[in-house]
Design a protein around this ligand. Structure first.
Ligand SMILES: C[S@@+](CC[C@H](N)C(=O)[O-])C[C@H]1O[C@@H](n2cnc3c(N)ncnc32)[C@H](O)[C@@H]1O
Length: 288
C-alpha cells in the first residue's frame, strides 16, 4: 500500500471537518491575507480614511507612510484584522501587570502596551532567542520611550510561569504556537510533514501553556487564548479540556462577537473564505 502524502492527509482531514466549505477555505488560504495598518501612537503624516469596522486601522494604500522621521518611530504596524480583534479582546486596565506569554514578533504586544497607563507593566515572553531579537526590534520601532521602560522582554518556556509566578498577573495573552495552516499551504515542504499526530502534539503543548497561564493569572484575571489554526483540536478542544478539568478554577468569559467573527462552541474564529484573513481563533477565560 502506498503511503499518503502530508498534503493528501491534510486535505482529507480538513475536508471531513469543513465539508463542502473546505475548497473555498483552501483557495482563500492560498490567496494573500488581507492586512491593515494599525495606528500605534501618533496620527500618521498622510492618513486616509480609517476602516469603518476596525478602530484606528487603515487600508494599506499608497498614502500610508509607516515611518515618521519626526518621531523616528513607525506610526503603524501592519497585521491582519483577526489578530487585532483577538488582542483587543483582552481587557487591560491602565495599571495592570500583563503577560504576553508567546510574544514574538510582537504585533499583539504593541496592542497590549498601548492599553497601559504610566503605572502598568507588560512582560513580553518569547522562548526563541532569534525571535526575541525580532520582538525587541518591533518594540523599539513602534513604542514611545517612556512606555518602553514599562516593557520587559523575557525568554522563558511559558510552561514555567505557573510554578514560578503563581497568582501574579492581572491578565495574560496566550497566543499559542500552532499549526498555522495558512503558512503550511504556502510551504510545500512543511505541508508534506503534516499529520493529525502533529496537531495533537501541538494541542498538548497548548493545553500545558494554558494550565500555566491559569496558575499565573490572579483570581478574577482574564486569559485570552488564541491560535492561527483551523484545527478544532488546537482551538475549542483545548478550551473544552480546561473547562472540564478545572471547572472549579475558571469559566468562559467571552467578549461580544465581532460582526465578522463566527461563533464556535467555546470562542470565535475568523475564516479566510468569509473575511480574507485568518484563520484566527480566540476564546477568553476568567479565573475564579
Ligand atoms: C503564534 S506566535 C506568537 C505571535 C505573536 N503573539 C504576535 O502576535 O506577534 C507563537 C510564538 O510562541 C513562541 N513559543 C513557542 N513555544 C513557546 C513556549 N513554550 N514558551 C514561550 N514561547 C513559545 C514561538 O517561538 C512563537 O514566536
Amino acid at each position: 500500500m502506498t503511503k499518503k502524502s502530508g498534503s493528501a492527509k491534510f486535505n482529507q482531514y480538513f475536508s471531513q471537518l469543513y465539508q463542502a466549505r473546505w475548497d473555498s477555505i483552501l483557495n482563500a488560504l492560498k490567496d494573500d491575507e488581507r492586512m491593515v495598518a494599525r495606528r500605534c501612537f501618533s496620527r500618521g503624516l498622510n492618513e486616509s480614511s480609517p476602516i469603518e469596522w476596525l478602530e484606528d486601522c487603515y487600508p494599506l494604500d499608497d498614502q500610508i507612510q509607516i515611518y515618521n522621521p519626526i518621531t523616528k518611530l513607525n506610526d503603524y504596524y501592519i497585521m491582519n484584522p483577526g489578530s487585532i480583534i483577538a488582542a483587543r479582546s483582552l481587557e487591560v486596565s491602565q495599571s495592570d501587570f500583563v503577560l504576553d506569554m508567546c510574544a514574538s514578533p510582537g504585533g499583539k504586544s504593541l496592542i497590549l502596551a498601548q492599553a497601559l497607563g504610566p503605572e502598568g507593566t507588560l512582560w513580553c515572553n518569547e522562548i526563541s532567542a532569534n525571535r526575541r531579537v525580532k520582538l525587541k526590534t518591533v518594540i523599539k520601532q513602534h513604542i514611545v520611550q517612556d512606555l518602553q521602560n514599562q516593557i520587559f522582554i523575557k525568554g522563558k518556556d511559558g510552561i514555567k510561569y505557573g510554578i514560578q509566578y503563581p497568582n501574579t498577573f492581572d491578565s495574560i495573552l496566550l497566543d499559542a504556537p500552532c499549526s498555522g495552516e495558512r503558512h503550511l499551504v504556502h510551504n510545500p515542504k512543511e505541508l508534506e510533514k503534516w499529520s493529525e499526530k502533529r496537531t495533537k502534539r501541538l494541542a498538548a503543548i497548548q493545553y500545558g501553556l494554558l494550565c500555566s497561564a491559569l496558575l499565573a493569572v490572579k483570581p478574577k484575571g482574564q486569559i485570552l487564548y488564541s491560535t492561527c489554526s483551523l484545527s478544532p483540536l488546537e482551538n475549542d478542544k483545548v478550551i473544552e479540556k480546561i473547562l472540564s478539568k478545572k471547572s472549579d478554577q475558571l469559566k468562559l468569559d467571552l467578549p461580544e462577537r465581532h460582526p465578522m467573527a463566527e461563533k464556535t462552541e467555546y470562542g470565535f474564529q475568523f475564516l479566510p473564505d468569509h473575511c480574507q484573513f485568518g484563520p484566527m481563533y480566540f476564546s477568553r477565560l476568567v479565573k475564579l
